[in-house]
Design a protein around this ligand. Sequence first.
Ligand code: SF4
Length: 288
Amino acid sequence: MTLALHSDHARLFERNRFVYPVLSRRSGGISVGVNLNPDKVCNFDCIYCQVDRTRQSETRFVETDALIAELRATLDLVASRAIYETEKFRDVPPQLRRLNDVAFSGDGEPTTYKNFDELMQQCAEVKREAGLDGVKMVLITNASMFHRPHVQRGLEILDRNNGEIWAKLEAGTDEYYHLIERTPIPFRQILDNITAAARLRPLVIQALFMRVGGEPPSPAELEAFCDRLNEITAAGGKLKLVQIYTVARRPAESFVAPLAEAEVDAIVTLVKGRTGLNSIGYYGSAEY
Ligand code: SF4
């Protein structure tokens, strides 16, 4: 009976279309990912993106009821620890057998979802009903939509539900921003959005640096990146952490390659020295 139940559970999350549990060594536990872009459409086209857009997804739209049912079942699976009976998770070491967060990321920019605020509310309710108030809700975002009222409402819902916003900022100049993110959205919009959101709650900045055609970001670009961070804090924005990453998995473009560990460390040291902000570097295996 127990075995049958567990294999049912395994099939359940393997069939999921919107919600997927992953082991995140970085966060020291299980992260339950929620994909709000099953159509794989994004308003950025980052040169390092790992989403495979050469194959069309079978699921084109978020089906809210299905997503909520998957979230409820997956949280139950992790909270009840039945997940560690499944093939995919049975080798998770004991110290990592904890639920760390529900992360909204997926195959595109999550805040472009038109009912973003309502969905944040429903997901927060599922988390509360499961008795998981201590579990974070992490929004992984490029900050391009923060000026939209329904996104602002969604961010406020996150604030009330142990939310954390990880906003992408990985350039100091307009030119480099467009080289990396390949979007018509102006850099100024992103900077203004991050500043306004960071005035209301502390944000985490996510910055991914890489080699482009063999070249790491120039010292001038990294100085400019620190200048942008300093402008945000000078304008009253609160930044609780600057995460420095490099590419970990096969990116969209073959001219993109990772930085060496020492190069990531050097950027962390520069950011700390030039901005006084807390900064952490991550090298190889990015689970997010
Ligand atoms: S914002 Fe994220 S999903 Fe969109 S292209 Fe960039 S890396 Fe990919």
